[in-house]
Ligand binder design. Structure first.
Ligand code: DC
Length: 238
């Protein structure tokens, strides 16, 4: 993500051109599978800590597609808001440097991101960059909340990744406490639920599965299993 931004410029509005990553050969299941001339947009949505980020990265790596974690854009806006910038201005003047900040993955920033993300003008300021990224040659995976429903309505593959509240809270608790954040499982569960509620109930681009999305419930799946399912769905579409 940071590399993309560092390579392609500071201002989001100026980032329109992307190069083509090499096509790759990959081993899928038990047979050799050559990914040739495959250049598609994969839209992956889902609630916090559902596993969509991990799946998106793995899928992008598998097919040689570029990956954009769109949550990072909203987190960068959220952090700027916590630092005193007005939300719409924060989104409209976002730079590459804002995306490389080490504090983007904290719980307070996630909540601030979710609040800013409910403001239509904030979302509007981030649309062009996401769509340009989605259309890049060589294929792209975008993950977020509204990728299949708003940003890439025409995406040939849409996944909606979910998991039970308890499983997601445990995952996020382990992740945050491993980074030294002072969190409790119960606190993380409450935070996730509050964020999901806000993200799902907002008027503009709420978190919802697209009608044509394939739902993957990762509650009882390992990362490897979930990635295998996602890769299988994408292969079936090609
Ligand atoms: O994916 P994440 O947890 O890093 O996202 C942080 C917040 O950003 C999330 O609570 C809602 C918002 N978001 C959004 O509204 N739309 C997106 N496409 C991605 C994230």
């Amino acid at each position: 993500m940071a590399n993309v931004w560092q390579t392609y410029g500071k201002r989001m509005a100026s980032v329109w051109q992307f190069d083509t990553p090499p096509k790759i050969a990959k081993k899928v299941n038990t047979h050799e599978y050559q990914v040739k001339n495959m250049s598609i947009t994969v839209a992956i949505d889902g609630p916090a800590a559902s596993g969509k980020g991990t799946i998106s990265k793995a899928v992008a790596q598998h097919f040689g597609f570029a990956h954009l974690d769109t949550g990072l854009l909203y987190r960068a806006v959220g952090l700027r808001v916590l630092n005193g910038v007005e939300p719409i201005e924060a989104a409209q003047t976002l730079t590459a440097d804002d995306l490389t900040h080490s504090g983007l993955r904290t719980a307070p920033v996630a909540q601030a991101a979710s609040k800013a993300a409910a403001i239509p003008e904030v979302r509007a300021a981030l649309v062009d960059f996401q769509r340009a990224f989605a259309m890049r040659a060589g294929g792209a995976v975008l993950d977020g909340r509204d990728i299949g429903t708003v940003i890439c309505v025409e995406a040939p593959v849409k996944l909606f990744v979910t998991a039970s509240d308890e499983v997601r809270a445990k995952r996020r608790f382990l992740e945050l406490s491993a980074k030294g954040e002072d969190v409790t499982l119960d606190g993380v569960l409450k935070d996730l639920r509050a964020r999901d509620k806000r993200d799902s109930e907002r008027a503009t681009a709420p978190l919802v599965a697209a009608d044509d999305a394939v739902v993957i419930d990762t509650s009882a799946m390992s990362i490897e299993e979930a990635v295998k399912v996602a890769v299988g769905v994408i292969e079936d579409r090609n």
